[in-house]
Write a protein of this length. Sequence first.
Length: 67
Amino acid sequence: FDHGAIAERVRERGGGLLVPLQASAAGIAAAIAALAGGGEMPRLRPPVATVEAAAAFLNLYGELGLS
């Protein structure tokens, strides 16, 4: 849903579809049906390159002492 931290990350980095919170599960179903029918996933910003995203996760894991 277009709510909270996940929505902020999708807006910032792309790579996802945001459905208004008020649309509830029916909104998600409608978005999936549109994509399945050949529609395109709207992009708010281009997705971050895979290598860049992986590096960010590795940095985070290192900061948390998980690497």
